[in-house]
Design a protein around this ligand. Structure first.
Ligand code: NAI
Ligand code: 15L
Length: 269
């Protein structure tokens, strides 16, 4: 797969900084976007687009002329409703409207495992199960997935919604032994999502080939993602570091971990 111009939003974030150099292999020009100009300057084959997702006109300009989008921008943790609404609700509508009007072919949307965070850790769920968001953040990602479905059904704009588990250099705790996705596997998944011939709106969980898992990716087999890493190599070190397991803690019992009891909700803000 090779696009003429690929847009990466959230390019200055944790995952964006990791994917930015890697995505150049898949396009002639990588347009990297961030909400402010606090982003590393454009390198060879790159161009910068500054846009706050809440700013409809700026998003429209950001999307003009691109063939496909890897959408990582947005609020990535449980924050105030207003911040989540602006970036993940309004921002998603701005992005999809801009994509429709500018004829973008496909979007890879960074959804989150927190769409189903209130399932328990002794359940294995698939994208066919009903959503059970663990907060406003997870709910906003469920909205994003539904928006993507609408734009496929109504306008033929394709999306792969990736319910990313934990994409970090290494798993940080016991929970992440199940949810971890290596950066190399993250690149493999994004490449598969961009390159699969037909995706409509597909939902896939973003995880490595971990020994323990809460997610069944069978419904997304057509994307052709084959993880090659596993969290197992970190298990001994993680379990030694975190010896105590509190089974009375909702964060231990549910897939969303700490997110199931992290505010702010209105009365705690
Ligand atoms: P991050 O918080 O480091 O990056 C998100 C970027 O979006 C930040 O640079 C932030 O400034 C930007 N942003 C926030 N509000 C914005 C707005 N209104 N307009 C424009 N930009 C805005 O998060 P990370 O870890 O890089 O995640 C990237 C994406 O993947 C996020 O959408 C996150 O929800 C999703 N994700 C990441 C996971 C992970 O393990 N890293 C797990 C699940 C989902
Ligand atoms: C997410 O959705 C967050 O963006 C990320 O920071 C991690 O906390 C991840 O989920 C996780 O569940 O580990």
């Amino acid at each position: 797969i090779r696009f003429r111009r690929l847009l990466l939003t959230g390019a200055a974030g944790n995952l964006g900084s990791e994917l930015r150099p890697r995505l150049k292999a898949y396009c002639d020009t990588l347009r990297v976007s961030h909400r402010s100009d606090d982003i590393a300057p454009a390198g060879p084959g790159e161009e910068i687009a500054v846009a706050d997702l809440a700013d409809k006109a700026a998003v429209m300009a950001m999307v003009e002329g691109v063939d496909a989008i890897v959408h990582l921008g947005g609020v990535s943790t449980e924050q105030s409703w207003e911040a989540i609404r602006d970036a993940n609700i309004s921002g998603m509508v701005h992005l999809y409207e801009a994509a429709r009007l500018h004829g973008v072919r496909r979007i890879v949307f960074a959804s989150s495992n927190h769409v189903t965070g209130f399932y328990r850790q002794d359940q294995v769920v698939s994208s066919r199960d009903p959503v059970r968001p663990d907060g406003f953040y997870g709910l906003s990602k469920a909205f994003g997935e539904n928006l993507a479905q609408l734009y496929w059904d109504r306008h033929g704009l394709e999306t792969v919604s990736v319910r990313i588990g934990s994409s970090f250099a290494a798993p940080r705790d016991r929970r992440m032994l199940a949810t971890w996705m290596s950066y190399d596997d993250t690149e493999r998944l994004v490449a598969a999502a961009l390159g699969a011939p037909v995706v409509g709106h597909s939902i896939i969980y973003g995880m490595s080939d971990n020994a323990t898992t809460w997610w069944d990716n069978t419904p997304a087999r057509h994307i052709g993602y084959r993880p090659q890493d596993s969290s197992e190599v970190f298990r001994a070190e993680v379990e030694a570091r975190q010896q105590h397991v509190d089974r009375g803690d909702p964060a231990t019992l549910h897939q969303g971990g700490m997110f199931v009891r992290t505010g702010p909700f209105f009365d705690e803000a």
